[in-house]
Design a binder for this molecule. Sequence first.
Ligand SMILES: Cc1cc2nc3c(=O)[nH]c(=O)nc-3n(C[C@H](O)[C@H](O)[C@H](O)COP(=O)(O)OP(=O)(O)OC[C@H]3O[C@@H](n4cnc5c(N)ncnc54)[C@H](O)[C@@H]3O)c2cc1C
Length: 403
Amino acid sequence: MVVVGAGPAGASLALLLARRGLEVSLIDATGRGGRPFRGEGLMPSGLAALAAMSLEPLPAAVAQRPLTAWSFFLDGQVLFEAPEPMGSPVPCTLIDQESLLQELLLQAGRQPGFQFLGGHPATDLLLRDGRIAGVRLADGTGLEAALVVACDGRDSLLRRKAGLALESAPSPLDVLWFRLEAPGADAIGAWLDGRFVTVVGAAGSYALFPSARGGVQLGWAIAPERPAQAPIPASPGGWLELWARDAPEPLARRLRALAATTVQGPVRLPVRVGLCPRWQRPGLLLLGDAAHPMSPLRAQGINMALRDALVAARHLGPALLCGGPAAMDAATAAIAAERLPEIRRIQQLQGAEARRADLLGRQHLLRGLLARTARWSGPLLARRWRATQRELRDGTEAIATDL
Ligand SMILES: Cc1cc2nc3c(=O)[nH]c(=O)nc-3n(C[C@H](O)[C@H](O)[C@H](O)COP(=O)(O)OP(=O)(O)OC[C@H]3O[C@@H](n4cnc5c(N)ncnc54)[C@H](O)[C@@H]3O)c2cc1C
């Protein structure tokens, strides 16, 4: 079989199927590594999926750091703080996604039937007798396969080539992504103390957390179709001042003391959210963001991609080992049916969270009121927020972990 895309969905599925003794070609448009900014948050649901893949505890080669808490600040005042693990068996953990993907490729490379073709974009699908029968690569090579699994991300070319419709949901934000490099950013890392901090104020809203790789990652939310609330700074020093304006005093002081040379970025990451009602065609299955582009809110995309791969491997293993085309088509339909309810629910919860954040960003009177009354409104809001997080942390469906 051919898996297109070596992100979390494709790399983990390829490993699971190669471990079962199947011939798997994993193709990626880039070589090993490449994207400088990758999500790092793994929820307990994603960690459980890795455990079912015998990858938890994570190998030492994968840089990792458990989160200690989620902290929210409005107009420089603390609104509330929710310590990890918030009732889950394990805390949300930041991981270096790049080294996790390398580890998946390394382990898959030990299986005799596995091959990785990096730097080979897939450009088209091969068709035979009404079935998808493989992929065409950019150099013109045709790779035939009994099944193509498209894990080629939110802008999936193969989804479009297969004519599988994506129902897009409106996304209220894009993200400008920055890295504050160590050792300059160590003072901010020490203040964060393992927390994921969200700051909302008059100038805009941003989140920052200590990167598993060292230094600090910072995402600045920007409305794609509205003018920014404050002008976009032209220099790193301008960004530091903008972030400091709405930050609590100890963070503001550290931001203003930071050398502009420690600020890397921004990279603009357009956020897309959507869901394909149908994930399969004869000979083809979509998984991960290709089937359901996820918002970055509350770190769901990697987790959902890993859970997709787990469910897919359980259904596809037997169908690929001894079934024909009918068994394969039944397996791909069963995978989509099993995964759709959780993806729908998680996207609903992310949408609700995005609407709350958007409201706070726009309504300065409401924000000011909450900031002034944080002493008693904070605990109430914390209780409500924690209640909405259970499914986002632990998943909404129990998925079988036997492979
Ligand atoms: C700003 C931002 C922050 C995020 N932070 C988090 C987070 O902290 N935690 C979290 O869980 N999720 C996060 N997400 C979401 C998460 O990154 C995605 O949901 C997740 O990576 C999806 O995994 P995937 O394997 O489906 O696709 P991807 O990770 O997008 O991988 C797709 C792969 O396909 C390859 N590819 C694409 N086209 C082709 C082609 N034609 N031929 C061959 N290869 C191709 C690409 O090179 C890539 O390697 C974030 C998203 C954004 C935008």
